[in-house]
Design a protein around this ligand. Structure first.
Ligand SMILES: [Zn+2]
Length: 135
C-alpha cells in the first residue's frame, strides 16, 4: 500500500509534497507557480467527498489550459473552471482507470447472473420442471 502525504504550503506559490516511496524512503517534491496545488484530484467532489466527478464539457483555452465544466452525480455539485493540462491528463487517466474498473464490474456481474441462471436451471431440473421436450 502506497502512502502519499500532501503538505501544500501556500507561501510564495510554492507547494511541497512529501511522497513516501514503496521502499519506505521519503522524498520531498517541490513545485513552483502552480495554478492549483498538485494534490488536487478532479474526480474528487469538494462538496460531498465522492469520487464520481466527471467532465460535462471542456474546451482548450490555450496550449496548456482547459476550461472544464465538472459535475458530481452524487450531490449535483458543479463548477466551470480553468485547469492545467497536467491536471487534465491525470484526470483523464483516472477516468480511464474508472472505466476499466466499471467494465470489470460488469463482467463479474454478468458472470454472477449466469451462475444464478445455471443455479435456477439446476433447481428446475431437480424439481422436474424441465422435460426432454423443452429442448
Ligand atoms: Zn458531490
Amino acid at each position: 500500500m502506497q502512502e502519499f502525504e500532501h503538505t501544500p504550503s501556500t507561501d510564495h506559490k510554492r507547494y511541497v509534497r512529501t511522497v513516501q516511496l514503496p521502499s519506505g524512503k521519503t522524498i520531498e517534491v517541490i513545485s513552483f507557480d502552480q495554478c492549483s496545488p498538485p494534490a488536487r484530484e478532479l474526480h474528487r467532489c469538494p462538496e460531498c467527498g465522492g469520487d464520481l466527478v466527471y467532465p460535462v464539457a471542456w474546451e482548450q483555452t490555450d496550449a496548456t489550459h482547459w476550461e472544464v465544466r465538472l459535475r458530481c452525480p452524487s450531490c449535483e455539485w458543479a463548477v466551470t473552471d480553468i485547469f492545467e493540462d497536467q491536471l487534465i491528463q491525470a484526470f483523464d487517466e483516472t477516468l480511464d482507470r474508472a472505466t476499466e474498473l466499471l467494465v470489470e464490474d460488469l463482467r463479474q456481474l454478468s458472470r454472477a447472473n449466469m451462475e444464478e441462471d445455471v443455479d435456477r436451471f439446476i433447481m428446475a431440473i431437480e424439481a422436474g420442471h424441465v422435460l426432454p421436450e423443452d429442448f
